[in-house]
Design a protein around this ligand. Structure first.
Ligand code: URA
Length: 437
């Protein structure tokens, strides 16, 4: 079989067999199928999709492209959380610390920024010294020690996703239900979990911009979990405007720490509690969401969640002092204020525009090889429902390079609409579990 034949068949809407999919993914990881052929295949899948049996095999082939963790030696329940990607979405970091502080193991394998969305790994790597590249034995021993690991795909853990994730980012093939579902579920199934909570984003800043597509993505992943024997709950949550106030890398770490101090923005705190409560219920350490929320809140007020995050940072080579004093994180040398052009109420704050603007400042990658700049980003001051007067700051662009600032301003400045008072849209739109229709 040749890669070209398989690409052509998928391009023309045909189905691939189990052997063909397994061969293609293994050959890609081995370097025998080059990036350009995988990019062509990803584009063919983007347009023609994968049917149920193809998706099951594609996900399984990615999952088994490297080692699958054996966490049977960890006696406590193991539950993880993953987001389909958003702007300012740093919830994984506070949620993981809060849940682990409640006695649930969180073996979290995350991703880097994709397109205009941020990535948990890039945010964590804003901490000096912090490494997300762990060998499987380190992963397991760190998890046993603190109950929380924050790592990335590697050459030994889900290498197919490690390579394909970066390739999709650079080839316009991210917003595809089968490619997102297989990327997320291959990482999560490699973690040997007892349960998984998914935050499926919907809105302008998400890869699924309408509810129907978000539901289809959520259903696809919940069903993969059911087939593999891993209970999955999905919350469909709004991503028309950024989550919290910070969009960047170091600044999102600062905001994550603020949640763990009980000082985070309301939307981020509320979402963290909603996701964390689902995780505690799935883990069986709370029988209802309200009891679970109280446990999470205690983990914050007692300082246990913050202390645990500091220990995890130290365990992964980072400077733990930044968790207690986040002003030690990198800060951009210059800033520019975006002012409200008229008075009124913010009716819209386009998350996609803000995400692309942050990427143009250097917080994300425009090409696969780009490094992210941990210090640059955007502070979103005016959010939907906020009253503003002409001249009030709506955002602060933290930048290093004037050329990048000009490109970021062109994208960010039209992000806001100002008009008559509006209702703030709900954050959690719906919940989908294994038993829902
Ligand atoms: N998160 C992932 O891990 N993969 C995707 O494709 C999108 C979001």
């Amino acid at each position: 079989m040749t890669a070209v034949e398989l690409i052509e068949r998928k391009r023309d809407g045909g189905a691939l067999t189990e052997d063909e999919i397994r061969w293609f993914i293994a050959a890609y990881v081995a370097g025998e199928v080059p990036d350009y052929q995988m990019a062509a295949m990803a584009m063919a899948v983007f347009f023609k999709g994968l049917d149920g049996p193809e998706l099951a095999v594609w996900t399984d082939a990615m999952l088994h492209s490297g080692d699958v963790l054996d966490l049977s030696g960890i006696a406590i329940p193991k539950v993880d959380k993953h987001s389909t990607g958003g702007v300012g979405d740093k919830a994984s970091i506070p949620v993981a610390a809060m849940v682990a502080a409640c006695g649930v193991a969180v073996p979290m394998m995350s991703g880097r920024g994709l397109g205009h969305t941020g990535g948990t790994l890039d945010k964590l790597e804003a901490i000096p010294g912090f490494t997300t590249a762990l060998q499987p034995d380190q992963f397991v021993s760190f998890l046993g020690r603190t109950g929380l690991v924050l790592a990335g795909q590697s050459e030994t853990l889900v290498p197919a996703d490690r390579h394909l994730y970066a390739l999709r980012d650079a080839t316009g093939t991210v917003p595809s239900i089968p490619l997102i579902a297989s990327s997320i579920m291959s990482k999560k199934l490699a973690e040997d979990l007892d349960g998984l909570v998914l935050d499926v984003k919907v809105g302008s800043g998400a890869f699924m911009t309408n509810l129907e597509d978000a539901r289809a993505l959520a259903r696809t992943m919940v069903d993969i979990g059911a087939t593999e024997g891993t209970p999955v709950v999905a919350l469909l949550t709004g991503m028309d405007q950024p989550l919290g106030n910070e969009v960047g890398n170091a600044s999102e770490m600062v905001e994550s720490v603020a949640v763990l101090r009980g000082e985070g923005p309301d939307d981020l705190t509320e979402l963290s509690l909603a996701l964390g409560a689902e995780m505690l219920v799935l883990a069986g350490v709370a029988d209802r969401a309200d009891a679970a929320r109280r446990r999470l809140q205690t983990a914050v007020t007692s300082g246990a969640a913050l202390d645990l995050l500091a220990r995890v940072v130290e365990q992964q080579g980072g400077d733990p002092a930044v968790i207690h004093d986040p002003t030690r994180l990198p800060v951009a040398p210059s800033h520019h204020i975006v002012e409200a052009p008229v008075s009124g109420t913010v009716t819209h704050c386009d998350a996609r525009r803000i995400g692309v603007a942050a990427m143009r400042l250097g917080a994300g990658r425009e090409k696969k090889e780009d490094d992210v700049d941990p210090a640059v980003g955007i502070t979103v001051v005016a959010k939907v429902g906020d009253p503003v007067a002409a001249g009030d700051p709506m955002a602060v662009l933290h930048y290093r390079d004037e050329g990048r600032l000009a490109r970021a301003r062109a994208m960010a400045e039209p992000a806001w609409s100002i008009g008559d008072p509006v209702e703030v849209p709900p954050l959690v739109i719906e919940r989908m579990g294994p038993l829902s229709p």
